[in-house]
Every structure is written in structure tokens, then in C-alpha cells.
Design a protein around this ligand. Structure first.
Ligand code: ATP
Ligand code: MG
Length: 437
């Protein structure tokens, strides 16, 4: 009776789970505890000491089993957000639809979420739209239910650092060894519930170098359209995850093979089927992957500016060929390409502004005489514009000598810069009014 009441208060779903678990001990999993964040270990220890279940979950367990150092740690527990907040210092509740806890340890944030139940029939706390997409699923659940609601078997592993054991409900460890990505449950239904899982499938294939199960691959060619119903902010977040995964080149190839790319960037298919366009994107993403490998920062605006550039440039050149002037032609092309993009996936305004600046600066790099280069050096987006110029030079879109000149000009001593200026083809003269007779 009391248990029923508690479950009702905590919105817990009643189930008689019959899932079988495989417990994998240290002799079989070889997880190196040095790869685990102290913050996550501390959180789990405190929750367990308070009498709750707590595990490392998701990508972190997957990466630990693969011998890699995870980039972040998620913890799952049967404690409610309120309970976690009371037990762990420096923790705060975030999110409204489904509350989770962020625990801050210096720069690091560990995400703690309460076990959640798998989407089932529509209920008070679960809603689906007309396409079967879950629009609300804030139901707490048991450990087994939490495993079941996860997307792929390799993402449904739970690691208890105190016992040094991995709990595996869906042969995730076997699939990791086989480099195999497969969905928990029925793929079509799981894609319908959340179409972003199609994009996640592509991202994990690229990131891990794994193969997607045929049963998970085939429905994508018809279900890809469901991405049109997903809130744009969520799609954009996923696009950024893909681009910043450190495996952007492979991810884009996966997206293309799975016919998903045009639901994120409508011009992408055309761009990639053009030799010069494909070369530009490849080079941009290769540079990005290398920067991420070296742990250097990457700007999402810069990346988005590169992805749309081949299509933009094509339009720009067409307007120039029709005799339009440089800047009006460029700005018309920018406008058109953004309208086309925003019809499918709106780029947040904070990124769009910077993208326009990066593009708008490109013709200004061609001017290397008079005061203009000095003014350009002072521009707040000079660095991004210059990096973009170098990319264009790398793929032979502009004369590499221009890129080289700017590299030298910006690093030259101020007194030497004057001598580097390029003489204008024709003398600059002011038109003088004829003196009145
Ligand atoms: P990454 O290394 O990119 O962070 P990840 O697997 O940890 O990969 P997250 O987006 O951080 O991915 O999600 C954490 C976990 O939450 C996943 O491993 C998975 O178990 C679960 N999850 C995330 N998104 C979904 C989803 N759309 N559907 C079902 N489960 C999901
Ligand atoms: Mg993660």
C-alpha cells in the first residue's frame, strides 16, 4: 500500500520485468579505473552509501569497455532528482520535461538521471504525436526499464565501480566485440518514437567504425522523413554533435549513405556530388577532425559556414557571370542559401550572424592595396575570415598566393606592412567636379 503510494508520488510505472541480466566481472571486462572521472566515482559512492542504486551508463561504459577515456560521464540512479540534490553537494536540478541533475566538479559536469521507464502505451506521463513520436516521457522506472528504453544495445550497459561489474541486459558487450550496432526492441517503432535515433545510428557507426544491423538500416530510407517533425533545436544539437564528434568526415559519409544528410543540410547532396564542392567539405571537416584530435577549439559558426559555402559560392559565381557587382551578388547568394537551409533546419541566429560575417569578408581579402588590408586586420572576425580564406586556397578555389600574402601580412612587423601592399592596377584617383565656368 505504502509502496504503491510512493510509486504514484514518484510517477513510477509498475511492471513485472522479466529481463535477464548478464553480470560481467573484472576478469572479463578489463575496465581501467584510471579512465574514470573522480567526480563520477564520488557521486556513485555517495548515492550508494545513502542506500540507492547508482551506475555509470551510456557512452562512458561503452568507451571504457573499448579501452578509451570517455569524454563525459552519465550516472543513472533510482534516487529522484530531489533526493540526489539533497545527497550531493554542488548539484542542481535542470530541465523541465524530464528533470536531471548536474553535478559540477571544477570544469567537469557529471549528469545524473533517475531511471526512466520505456515508452509504452500512452499514459498520463507519456504522449505521442500523430507520427508516433514521443513528446512527453517523464516516467520514472526501474533499472531494467531504464535499460530497455535506451536506444542501442551497446548504449545500455551499466557499470558499478564499487563492485567493478558491468550489467548487460541486451548482449551489448557481445555486440561491442562484434563491432555491431543494433537497436533494443523493434527498430521501426523505436525510430518512430524518436527519429533522432536514425542520426545517432549514423554518428555511432562513424565514431566507432561499427556496422549498423540490416534491420536497423533498412527502415531508414522510408522513415527518414520523420525527421521533419522533430523540433529544430534538437536536430541542430544533433548536427553539432555529429560535426564535433571528431569523426565528421565519416559521419557525413554515413549520413549520405543512409539518406539522412538532406534532412539536416538540404544542399548537401548536390554539394557532395560536385567534385569541387565535395573537396571543399572534405577539407573543412578533415581540418575540424584534426583540431578536435589536438583538443583545439572549433567554432560551430565556422563549420556551418563551410557546409553551406559550396552551394553559396555556386550561386555567387552565377550572379557574377550575369554581370552583377561583387557584393550585391554575394549578398543575394547568401540570402538564397539561408532561405533554402532554414526551410529544413533553421540555423540559430547567434550562429547565422557570424556565418554572414565570415562569408561577407571573403571579397575583402582580395584587396591588398591602400588602407583596406589594415582595416581588415582590425575586424573582429578577421581570424575566422582568414581561416576560411585559407581553406578556399587549400582546395584551389582562389589563388594560393593571396592566402600566403595574408599569412605573411598579419605576422609582419607593422613598419614592414606598408612595403608589402600590392600596387593597384590603375592609380586611384578621385573624380573631381569640374570647376564651374
Ligand atoms: P557520446 O559518446 O556521443 O556522448 P552517448 O551514447 O553517451 O554517446 P548521449 O547522447 O550522451 O550519447 O546519451 C547517453 C545515453 O542516453 C546513451 O548512451 C543512451 O543510452 C541514452 N540515449 C541518448 N539518446 C537517446 C535516445 N534518443 N533514445 C534512447 N536512448 C538515448
Ligand atoms: Mg554521453
Amino acid at each position: 500500500m505504502i509502496k504503491q503510494f510512493i510509486n504514484k508520488v514518484l510517477k513510477r510505472k509498475q511492471t513485472n520485468s522479466t529481463l535477464k541480466v548478464t553480470v560481467i566481472g573484472p576478469s572479463k571486462h578489463h575496465i581501467d579505473k584510471n579512465h574514470i572521472s573522480h567526480c563520477a566515482l564520488g557521486v556513485i559512492k555517495q548515492l550508494q552509501e545513502a542506500g540507492f542504486q547508482a551506475y555509470i551508463v551510456g557512452g562512458a561504459v561503452r568507451d571504457l569497455l573499448l579501452g578509451k577515456t570517455p569524454k563525459d560521464f552519465d550516472v543513472a540512479t533510482n534516487a529522484t532528482p530531489e533526493q540526489v540534490k539533497r545527497i550531493i553537494r554542488r548539484s542542481r536540478i535542470i530541465g523541465r520535461r524530464f528533470q536531471i541533475i548536474h553535478v559540477q566538479c571544477g570544469q567537469e559536469i557529471v549528469e545524473v538521471s533517475t531511471f526512466r521507464a520505456k515508452s509504452g502505451k500512452e499514459s498520463l506521463h507519456q504522449q505521442v504525436d500523430e507520427h508516433g513520436r514521443l513528446t512527453r516521457d517523464n516516467v520514472f522506472g526501474t533499472l531494467e526499464e531504464d535499460a530497455e528504453r535506451r536506444d542501442f544495445t551497446i548504449n545500455a550497459l551499466f557499470y558499478d565501480p564499487q563492485k567493478n561489474e558491468v550489467l548487460d541486459y541486451f548482449d551489448g558487450v557481445k555486440h561491442l566485440k562484434q563491432k555491431h550496432i543494433t537497436m533494443i526492441g523493434e527498430p521501426i517503432q523505436r525510430y518512430r518514437e524518436d527519429p533522432v535515433r536514425m542520426l545517432r545510428a549514423a554518428r555511432f557507426c562513424a565514431k566507432l567504425g561499427f556496422t549498423l544491423d540490416n534491420a536497423c538500416k533498412e527502415p531508414i530510407s522510408t522513415l527518414n522523413e520523420l525527421l521533419l517533425n522533430v523540433p529544430e533545436s534538437r536536430l541542430f544539437d544533433e548536427l553539432l554533435k555529429i560535426l564535433l564528434s571528431g569523426h565528421a568526415v565519416n559521419s557525413l559519409e554515413q549520413l549520405r549513405q543512409l539518406n539522412l544528410g538532406s534532412y539536416l543540410i538540404p544542399s548537401l547532396d548536390n554539394t557532395l556530388s560536385d567534385k569541387q564542392g565535395a573537396l571543399f567539405i572534405q577539407q573543412a571537416l578533415l581540418n575540424t577532425d584534426q583540431r578536435i584530435e589536438k583538443e583545439l577549439g572549433v567554432s560551430p559558426s565556422f563549420l556551418m559556414a563551410t557546409l553551406l559555402w559550396p552551394s553559396l559560392n555556386l550561386r555567387w559565381q552565377q550572379y557574377l557571370n550575369k554581370g552583377e557587382k561583387t557584393l550585391p551578388a554575394l549578398f543575394t547568394a547568401i540570402h538564397e542559401v539561408l532561405v533554402e537551409q532554414d526551410e529544413v533546419l533553421m540555423i540559430p541566429k547567434r550562429f547565422e550572424g557570424t556565418m554572414k560575417e565570415i562569408w561577407g569578408l571573403q571579397p575583402r581579402f582580395e584587396q591588398r592595396s591602400g588602407q583596406r588590408p589594415f582595416k581588415l586586420l582590425q575586424h573582429p572576425r578577421f581570424r575566422a575570415g582568414y581561416d576560411f580564406l585559407i581553406l578556399r586556397a587549400q582546395v584551389g578555389e582562389i589563388d594560393p598566393a593571396i592566402g600566403q600574402w595574408w599569412t605573411e601580412f598579419q605576422h609582419a612587423k607593422p613598419e614592414d606592412r606598408e612595403t608589402m601592399l600590392v600596387k593597384p592596377d590603375r592609380p586611384i584617383t578621385r573624380k573631381r567636379r569640374k570647376p564651374k565656368a
